[in-house]
Each structure stands twice: as C-alpha cells, then as structure tokens.
Design a protein around this ligand. Structure first.
Ligand SMILES: NC(=O)c1ccc[n+]([C@@H]2O[C@H](COP(=O)([O-])OP(=O)(O)OC[C@H]3O[C@@H](n4cnc5c(N)ncnc54)[C@H](OP(=O)(O)O)[C@@H]3O)[C@@H](O)[C@H]2O)c1
Length: 333
C-alpha cells in the first residue's frame, strides 16, 4: 500500500455558495486530494486557489461524465477513494400543478445523474479497495424531506426518497466488493438551492393564496438555516472517522438540531447515541399549518370543519407512521 498517497474525493455540484463548495474546502483542509466539479468552473476559482482541482461536470450528460472519468483516471492512476454525489436542484410547486418538463429535468439531475455517476466511478473506487486503509466510500445526498412530507415540493421530496432507496440497495450490493455507501439525510442548510424568486405558482394555481407563505418559508430557510461551512465541518467529521468505518446513515443540517432542542424528542438513538431517525408530528403540523392556513381552506374547500377533521385524522396516522419509521431505522442502523 502506498502509505503516503493522499486519499482522493470527487464532489459534484461545487458552485460557490453551495454545500459542495464548503465541503471541497473542508475535505481539502483535512488533507484529502479534492476534485471539485460544477457545470461551470467559473465559480470554482476560490477552490483552485486552495490547491483543489476544478473540473467541469454536468451529471445529466453521459459525455461529460465519461470525459471527467477519463481525466480523473489519468490524474490518479485509475483510482478514487470517495465519490460525493452532492449535485442537485429543487423545484417547489403544488404536487398536482408541477410542470412535467421541470420535474423530469430535476429527476435527471437528482436521481438519474447520480445513478450514472455511481456506475461510471465504481471501477475507480474498486481499484482503491486493496490500496487504501479505509474502504472506498460513496456518499449520496438525500434529504430529510425524503422522510418528512414537506408540502409544495412533492416531486423534489420524491427525488430524494429515490436516492435514499437506491442507496439502501446499493449498500448491500457493494458491501461484498469492499465499497461503503453512506446516505446523507441533509437538513436545512443556507445555500442557493431554494429562494423566493424561484417560486412561482401562477395566477391560475388552486393554491395561489398560499404562494406568499411558501416564499416566506424559503426566505426563512435562507436566513435561519445552518451555514454551509458548519454543515461541511460536521459532515467531514462524520464521514472521515479517525478510526473504524463511517456510519451508513448520517443526518446533518439544521432541522435535526431544532427538533432535538425545541421538542426534546423525536430522535431515536442507536450506535452509541448517534441520531438515526427523527420526525416529530407537531413540527410537521406546524409546517403545514404555516401554509395550509384557514383562508386557504375556507376559500378553496368550503367544508372547513370536515377538512380539519380529516387533517387531524391524518395527523394521528402520521404519528403511527413515525413510530414504525423509528423502529425500522433503528433496526437498519
Ligand atoms: N440546502 C438545503 O437545505 C438542502 C437540504 C437537503 C438536501 N440538499 C441537497 O444538497 C445538495 C447540495 O445543494 P445545495 O443546498 O448546496 O444547493 P446549491 O447551492 O444550489 O448547489 C447545488 C449544486 O448542484 C449543481 N448542479 C445542479 N444541476 C447540476 C447538473 N445537472 N450537473 C452538475 N451539477 C449540477 C449546482 O450547479 P449550478 O450552480 O450550475 O446550478 C450546484 O453546484 C443537493 O443535492 C440538494 O438537493 C440541500
């Protein structure tokens, strides 16, 4: 084994201001050789100044993936230690009104692009299996919204649930080959992923009266979420353990801390106290009532009492679902 070889990591979606950018800096600060990629390399120059290698990548383009693979293989002698699938986009719209083309474009990035990256780079990870003191690792970025029904972004939530489900199976298939798979359930981090200016339900929307509330939610997200530098520090600490293996599941980002601190429960801990699951029904209710306010119900449905009754029944079901989710996550951890 080449003891002095720097461990290598390829990170997708490293544009300035995003989580990928902060992660590239943090992994480099921890001594890794970082390949930071973005669709446009213009915003990667601050990374290059720190010795990070910047390369172009559009995860929806097979040609772009193939040319990146050739270049990285050339630079590393055909090896890679970590693949961090961070690139993603978010589209917020009522589920029944989402534009099909925009939804497909989002899935091409969040889901199919990620699949293609894993398929393309697994041979380079396999080439590191015997050469590294640590197992080669794939980190796939899912989201807490893959488990929490965050209203008015159903299609995005579904794309992140697809990543989580895919990773669960990938983990089993790659384990015998010596490759570790980590699912990152990311909480809220202040980046350019979402912003009020990107939200436009349109005047014909059934939900027009709540559009401002969703924009406000986005504004609040930007202002009050965890900073990307802090998020990167926490993630790197978790996935680069000094000894042993990284966990298969990690939960990082703001909602985790908020739930723990403000509600005092909602976490079930295994693995020596690491949080492996969280959901809290009151938080979910609060989130929905933020946008599902009474004006909306009165205006659109005209059967307010009936709807509220159905809504409270739904919450009771939701609490049952939370319990079973805890059990299955605890068993999987
Ligand atoms: N921020 C949060 O609260 C949060 C919560 C849960 C999960 N996440 C996930 O975290 C990841 C990072 O997002 P972020 O919050 O840092 O947002 P961000 O600042 O918008 O970063 C997203 C990155 O993905 C890149 N990207 C988009 N489409 C791409 C494509 N086709 N090919 C290659 N790169 C592409 C973007 O590049 P361009 O600059 O070219 O668009 C950007 O660099 C995403 O997967 C997101 O879903 C974020």
């Amino acid at each position: 084994m080449a003891a002095s070889r720097k461990r290598t990591i390829l990170i997708t979606g490293c544009s300035k201001g995003g989580a990928g950018h902060a992660l590239a800096l943090e992994f480099a600060a921890q001594g890794m050789r970082v390949f930071a990629t973005a669709r446009s390399t213009n915003s990667l120059s601050p990374l290059e100044e720190k010795g990070i290698e910047a390369l172009a990548l559009d995860v929806t383009s097979p040609e772009s993936i193939a040319s990146l693979k050739t270049e990285i293989a050339k630079r590393t002698g055909g090896q890679l230690d970590m693949l961090y699938n961070n690139a993603g986009s978010m589209y917020e719209m009522p589920a029944i009104e989402a534009d099909a083309d925009r939804t497909r474009a989002m899935f091409n990035t969040n889901v199919f692009g990620l699949f293609d990256m894993v398929s393309a780079f697994t041979p380079l990870l396999l080439a590191s299996v015997s050469d590294s003191g640590h197992p080669p690792t794939i980190i796939n970025v899912s989201s807490i919204v893959s488990r929490v029904p965050y209203a008015f972004s159903a299609q995005y939530n579904a794309s992140k649930a697809a990543v989580a489900s895919y990773s669960d199976t990938l983990r089993i298939e790659l384990a015998p080959l010596g490759i570790k798979v980590v699912t990152l359930y990311m909480g809220q981090v202040s980046t350019g992923l979402t912003g009020p200016d990107n939200i436009e339900f349109g005047s014909q929307s059934l939900y027009d009266v709540v559009e401002q509330g969703v924009k406000e939610r986005s504004r609040h997200h930007l202002q009050h979420s965890m900073k990307s530098e802090e998020f990167a520090r926490q993630v790197v600490n978790e996935v680069l353990p000094n000894s042993g293996l990284p966990n298969s599941f990690t939960w990082k980002g703001m909602i985790m801390g908020l739930l723990k601190r403000e509600h005092g429960f909602g976490f079930k801990s295994t693995n020596g106290g690491r949080a492996t699951s969280f959901v809290h029904a009151e938080t979910f209710t609060g989130l929905l009532s933020f946008v599902m306010h009474e004006d909306f119900i009165a205006k659109r449905i005209g059967q307010r009492a009936n709807l509220l009754k159905r809504y409270s029944e739904f919450n009771a079901d939701f609490e049952g679902w939370v319990e079973s989710t805890w059990e299955s996550d605890a068993a999987a951890a």
